[in-house]
Design a protein around this ligand. Sequence first.
Ligand code: UDP
Ligand code: MG
Length: 313
Amino acid sequence: MLKNKLLSIVVPVYNEALILSAFNQRLCAVLDTLDCSSEIVYVNDGSTDDSAKLLHTLHLNDARVAIVDLSRNFGKEIALSAGLDHANGDAIVVIDSDLQDPPELIPVLLQHWQKGYDIVYAKRSSRAGETWFKKLSAYLFYRLLHKISPLQIPVDTGDFRLLSRRTVDALKQLRETHRFMKGLFTWIGFPQIAVPYERDPRFAGKSKWNYWKLWNLAIEGITSFSIAPLKFATYLGSITALGSFIYALIIIYKTLVFGEPVAGYPSLMVVILFLGGIQLLTLGIIGEYLGRTFVETKQRPLYFVKNYSPATL
Ligand code: UDP
Ligand code: MG
């Protein structure tokens, strides 16, 4: 059944010179066992190490290897989109190049695709080699997102997944600059299924993510798929206003009935600071959304390609 089908593997690469050849070997070993033909689309996301050179060698030695060389570092989400734009397969697998996602799982993903699922995503049942803080923050983030977003973004799921042709065509129509791919994968719909797997530690090299970037990705995820924070601002404002009104009535009553002298400096200070804090917080929330609207209205292209070397199948 797989005969005559083309499988594309999309791999974002940013400074992975230490791993690339090991990754390519392991991936090819898996692809060789498959009945279908395949292409590997490496997206060089502006690497500053030897990755570009290594990729070029891989391209020369293997007709299956395609390279999309971006004009600079655009970040993983956009690198992924660039890869999907250049993939020709009937099924497309998205995988990290650091061997955290085992290529050996690809045949299993394919089996589910043949059963008719459009998106087969790999769900982590363990995350070896990651700190408890990262595990805890990831756990909390996914659950929070679940709560406040109308989308049911699957928990404990990275980008490692198989996509059918029609879902990739759907994704290609979503051209927003602020991209939270995990959310977009879910937003487009289509039959989806999870496959559990053990996430390995990074094979070599360092994760490109630090906590500041993860924090920003988390804000991206929330603001791209939920306007709950804006509602939170409204409710916080309403509750504070109501509270202040009641408090004002109490003060007026006390002054009229008991003739109480003016209350002291500390209470005044607390109220001013509290209100000031809330105002700045809500302004900040509005600003997050306004800033995103600003960026989106420019409608710039997502990325630029410096060189494209297609697979020579
Ligand atoms: N990556 C990328 N552009 C970037 C950062 C990362 O293409 O700006 C790639 C990286 O080469 C790897 C994948 O995205 O293939 C996942 O990156 P990493 O392992 O650093 O993230 P983590 O697994 O820690 O989430
Ligand atoms: Mg990784």
